[in-house]
Design a protein around this ligand. Structure first.
Ligand code: FES
Length: 81
């Protein structure tokens, strides 16, 4: 299990079909068992999930390495860590 706030590396983004205007909570701590979404496992870490409201209905690639600079979207950082 990844430690809170630690970039895990080596993980690929997860493709998810999201609906325009329907917010989701992206896991920022890496502990969620329901990646890439929050399952409440961040409790006590000092980290909080990030809300994301898709502007369009389509497939989004959400970061699982937690190193992206464009959270919650993958920016390719996982290929460099
Ligand atoms: S999975 Fe984190 S940047 Fe791609």
């Amino acid at each position: 299990m990844a430690e809170a706030g630690v970039i895990k590396g080596g993980d690929a983004p997860i493709a998810v079909e999201l609906t325009a205007g329907e917010a989701v909570w992206w896991c920022a701590c890496g502990r969620s068992k329901n990646q890439p979404f929050c399952d409440g496992s961040h409790a006590g870490t000092g980290l909080e999930p990030k809300a994301f409201t898709p502007p369009k209905t389509r497939t989004y690639y959400l970061c699982t390495c937690k190193g992206t600079q464009k959270s919650p979207l993958c920016d390719g950082t996982h290929n460099r860590i």
